[in-house]
Design a protein around this ligand. Structure first.
Ligand code: BG6
Ligand code: MG
Length: 216
């Protein structure tokens, strides 16, 4: 029986993916590396350092570890500028209602994000109090598709992996859920996330009870 809901953050609760894209795009331009929204697909769910590796691979460029740390820092400074103005209005449609319904229905709620900015964003969106556990990029060693973030999330909720469902917008995150022994609900289209057990365009009009009845 499902007792816990583990949510990814970027692209699931809030539409920050375009802001990540913009910050990477600006860095890519400085480095003279072509970068399109299609290239950014592979960055979803992937840690900041790993995203930089993907970008440098694409541009066939190499830097020292110190220079890479500086480049990651520049990207993040720009991203922090872009997310500085987030308010609860940035929550994706239906998200606050879904989280409220999840509490009312007695589910334990966890965040499983590889972002190191997750705590800051939850505060900006004023949804920190919904979460019984927050696992983010500051508390893990391996990003998705490694299952670490979700396994730690289940553990922090006091549940077994099979008692949890993951909500994810990235292929890497769906794979992480599966490798952790959890089912995954994809936020997006079945074409983009074919491995998810169920795909929804978003949370509007849904409650956990209704949604999970379609999962079995
Ligand atoms: C994920 C995003 O949620 O967080 C990735 O999907 C991003 O695109 C990753 O690279 C790390 O985020 P941050 O905020 O730590 O740079
Ligand atoms: Mg995401």
């Amino acid at each position: 029986m499902i007792r816990g809901l583990l949510f990814d953050l970027d692209g699931v609760l809030v539409n920050t993916n375009p802001l990540h894209y913009q910050a990477w795009k600006e860095l890519a331009e400085e480095l003279g590396i072509p970068f399109t929204p299609k290239d950014h697909e592979a960055f979803l769910g992937v840690s900041r350092a790993q995203c930089l590796e993907l970008l440098l691979q694409k541009g066939n460029q190499s830097f020292s570890p110190q220079e890479k740390a500086r480049l990651c820092g520049r990207k993040n400074d720009r991203y922090r500028e872009l997310i500085g103005g987030l308010t609860p209005a940035a929550l994706l449609p239906g998200v606050p209602e879904f989280l409220k319904a999840a509490r009312a229905e007695g589910y334990r709620i966890g965040l499983g994000s590889v972002s190191k900015n997750a705590g800051f964003i939850l505060e900006k969106l004023k949804i920190t109090a919904f979460f019984d556990a927050v696992i983010d990029g500051t508390g893990i060693l391996s990003g998705k598709p490694d299952p670490e973030v979700f396994l730690k999330g289940a553990q922090a909720l006091g549940l077994l992996p099979e008692q949890c469902v993951v909500f994810e917008d990235s292929a890497a995150g769906i794979e992480a859920a599966h490798r952790g022994g959890m089912k995954a609900v994809g936020i997006g289209t079945p074409q983009r996330l074919p491995a998810a057990e169920l795909t929804i365009p978003g949370f509007a009009g849904l409650t956990p009870a209704v949604l999970l009845s379609k999962l079995v």
